[in-house]
Write a protein that binds this ligand. Structure first.
Ligand code: ADP
Ligand code: MG
Length: 245
């Protein structure tokens, strides 16, 4: 339904790191309840754009709205209720003493304490991700794959309307990837919006409804996966190998 209000609405957004223009004139409307793929070469501005969604970065120019809120005018905690992040590098994000504390980190940061229902949710997620038996272990002692699942558990536990996954399949084997793809589809069916940054185009091709392609801080293309992946010349131009779909 093209008349549905956008979940994410970006107008003339530009962002400078000092003198360097990382984003320029971004105009995008994204509908909720979908899986959105954010792609583009290294340095094209993907992470910079994502950091505007929760107010971690504020626009140099232009505006961004998420679910009717301006992230740059809200507290980080207010935005964290709406939008959860699974960052690219788990090793930089694991600070807690135990796996359980790490999995409840987001909940405690937002709500100060963990309700019985939230505790149940967290335990269910840990069990689902094969982490329950490690709940009292140090997170840094987990394998790379387990750390990724722990970050995912921590983000999902907050039950945000929007979930952002930055290169989630890095270091995942085929089975983990299949499991993640299945979960992402379940989250979508439950009404969530999922934004995935990935260079793994075959993984995305099977999942995403909408693709946003960034190139040198600008929107190069935005549309359905068929619309975008059929424009082979765009991908040749920016040197991204295209999967068969
Ligand atoms: P991507 O996530 O697509 O790889 P980024 O958003 O991380 O791209 O970076 C976009 C551009 O901004 C790159 O040229 C990068 O070098 C630059 N950049 C990113 N973070 C900083 C920073 N903290 N200070 C200065 N330049 C940065
Ligand atoms: Mg990045």
């Amino acid at each position: 339904n093209p008349k549905a209000p956008s979940l994410i609405s970006i107008r003339e957004l530009s962002f400078m790191y000092g003198q360097f223009k990382a984003l320029e004139g971004i105009n995008v409307d994204l509908q909720g309840g979908r899986i959105i793929g954010l792609i583009g070469q290294n340095g094209s501005g993907k992470s910079t754009l994502l950091k505007h969604l929760n107010g971690l970065l504020k626009p140099t120019r232009g505006t961004i709205e998420v679910n009717g809120k301006r992230p740059d005018q809200e507290t980080i905690a207010a935005m964290a209720k709406i939008i959860g992040f699974v960052f690219q590098n788990p090793d930089q994000m694991l600070f807690e003493e135990t796996v359980y504390d790490e999995a409840t980190f987001g909940i405690r940061a937002i709500y100060r304490q963990v309700s019985p229902e939230q505790k149940e949710t967290v335990e269910k997620l840990l069990a689902e991700f094969g982490l329950l038996e490690y709940r009292e272990e140090l997170p840094v002692n987990l394998s790379a794959g387990q750390k990724r699942w722990l970050m995912i558990a921590s983000a999902v536990a907050v039950n945000p309307a929007v979930l952002v996954l930055d290169e989630p399949t890095n270091g995942m084997d085929r089975f983990d990837k299949e499991k993640l793809a299945m979960l992402i589809k379940e989250w979508k069916n439950a009404g969530r919006t999922i934004i995935i940054v990935s260079h793994d185009l075959p993984f995305l091709a099977d999942l995403v409804d909408t693709v946003l392609l960034l190139d040198k801080g600008r929107v190069k293309a935005c549309g359905t996966i068929r619309e975008i992946f059929s424009q082979r010349e765009i991908f040749a131009e920016i040197n991204i190998p295209l999967p068969e779909i």
